[in-house]
Each structure stands twice: as C-alpha cells, then as structure tokens.
Design a protein around this ligand. Structure first.
Ligand SMILES: [Zn+2]
Length: 310
C-alpha cells in the first residue's frame, strides 16, 4: 500500500489534497519559499508622509532596504499637522519603494459613515495613483483601527491588504491580508511617551531581541516593522537607532526585501498553484516565478509552467 499525503504549510486549495492507494507509504510535505529560495521576508511600513521621510528613504537606500509608505493625499503639500511632503516630490523620492493608501484625511474610520469611509479610500487611492502612475492596492488603517464593515468596504474598492497597529511579536504570514497585524512598532513604542527612560530602555531591548530572533530563524518568517519618520523628527539619537536596526537587517542573503504588495502578490500566486490529483505535477498560472520545497527538495516553478515533483 502506497499512500500520498500532502501536508501544506500555507493554504493550498483543499482539492489538491489527495490520498492514493499504492505500494508503500509516502508523505509529501510542501512548503512555500520566498523568491530566489529565501526563507525570510522583511516589510518596513511607514505612515503619514511627513517631510522626515526624505531622511528615512535616504537611509533605506543607503542600506538597499525597501519601504512601503502609507500616505494621506489631502495632507500632502500642507503643514496641517505635521510638515508633509509635497506631491511633486513623491515620484522621485519613493522610486523603488511602494506608495500605499492611508485615507485622504486620516480620520478614525470606525467613527465615520460607510459612505465617508468609501470616499476616504477611493479619493486617496485615485490621487496617489495619479501622482505615482501605478495601480495602488495596499493600505494602512489610520490609527490602526478597523471593523468588519470597513474591511468589506475597502475590499470592494480594490484594496488587497491593510495593516493595523496590533503588534503580534511573531513572524507568521497573516491569514487575512485585510487585517494584517504587524510584528512590531519600530522601537516597540519606546519614546512614545516623554521622559520615561526606564520604559524606553526595556522597549528598545525587546525591539532588538525580536530582530535577533528573526535573524536566527531557519523556518519561513516575515518581519513586519511599522512606524513614522516624524517620530525621529530632529532627534539624532532616534535616527541613530534607526540606522542601527537597518544595518542589522541589511544585506542578508536569506531575506527577501519586499514591498508589501509584492509579498501579497507572491503569496497569492503560491496559494493559487494547481496540483495534480497524484500531487506529482504542479502548475503555476501566475506571472511570477514560484519557489517551493517538497520533501526537502527545492523546486522552481516558472510562470505559466507545469513541473514534476518527485
Ligand atoms: Zn497615520
């Protein structure tokens, strides 16, 4: 009796599960790998688009890191709360990075009507697309707040992922991209309240410990760090902390440095792989090259191709 058992680490359509009677027992363990067989992914996600983003992006570029920037289009080119970036500079500044929705005016979405939510997202998406010249499909919730009605509304407006501020301190791939809880705030909320040196020290220690745990891991992991460049403002010490953790994470051959939307597209393409009944063939219908590991053997599945798994 041979049995094929397919064990999946990420969600694969249930139809691909197959048990076939045969001569001996064989387990097929399939796991997603990130592009170029990498096992870790890093997302750096910054909100609000204050002018301090100029310094932040320069620092990311220095270490060849990739950021995702969630912007409020009606705040840009104003100094209504923070000193915001000018619309004219966005395209050049964020070259190689992702620009994403953060609502047009940064209201607390659960406090406004469904129609107003729709308008906030639609207007922001439309204006950011006009400025950047590409389709914008990601978002971060203003203040991190959401509910089921908001999720349903943004989904209908073409948003494919939305980040909260509910830090998980884990490295799991989110099950629901529209309720994407990040790993942690950039300094674990250190300096959030003024004059609390002891608390700051503890939070910074936790922050660096979490990064070190991520770097040590061998299994599939996503580190998603979020924050704002205005938090660093003109404080040299905080900029030095930023550079320190960028340096820790830079230039690592095991890490896939990703725009958040690219990671979403890749995982969706993996989840949409088509397996044969016997699990000995797999087809990649997407436009991306997909990397998997099956029974500890690595496979590359080019776009539009079917390969054999043995
Ligand atoms: Zn914000």
């Amino acid at each position: 009796m041979k049995k094929y058992i397919l064990i999946l680490v990420l969600q694969i359509p249930i139809s691909s599960l197959a048990q076939v009677n045969n001569d001996s027992t064989k387990s097929l363990f399939i796991e997603m790998l990130f592009p170029e067989e990498k096992t870790k992914a890093l997302i750096l996600s910054y909100d609000d688009g204050a002018k301090n983003d100029r310094k932040l992006v320069a620092l990311m570029n220095k270490y060849q890191l990739i950021g995702t920037f969630h912007l409020n289009s009606n705040k840009l080119s104003t100094n209504s709360y923070y000193d915001y970036l000018n619309k004219e500079e966005l395209k050049e500044l964020y070259k190689g990075h992702e620009v994403s929705v953060h609502s047009a005016n940064h209201p607390n979405l659960p406090d406004i009507s469904k129609l107003e939510v729709a308008n906030e997202i639609f207007e922001d998406r439309k204006e950011l697309e006009r400025i950047m010249g590409y389709s914008i499909r990601g978002m971060a919730y203003p203040f991190g707040n959401t509910n089921d009605t908001i999720v349903e509304t943004i989904k209908r407006l073409g948003i494919e992922y939305a980040r909260t501020v509910g830090d998980t301190y884990n490295f799991e791939i989110p099950k629901d991209f529209l309720r994407w809880h990040p790993t942690m705030h950039q300094f674990c909320k250190a300096y959030w309240e003024p004059n609390q040196p002891e608390k700051d020290q503890k939070e910074m220690a936790l922050f660096y410990q979490t990064i070190e745990s991520f770097l040590k891991l061998n299994e599939l992991a996503v580190l998603d760090i979020w924050g704002h460049s205005w938090e660093m403002g003109s404080d040299q010490k905080k900029w030095e902390e930023t550079e320190k953790f960028f340096k820790m994470l830079a230039g690592n051959s095991a890490i896939y440095y990703a725009k958040q939307i690219d990671l979403v597209d890749y995982i969706n393409a993996y989840r949409n792989l088509k397996f044969s009944v016997l699990n000995d063939k797999v087809t990649n219908l997407s436009s991306l090259t997909i990397y998997i590991r099956a029974n500890n053997k690595k496979y590359v599945i080019p776009s539009g191709k079917t390969i054999s798994i043995n």
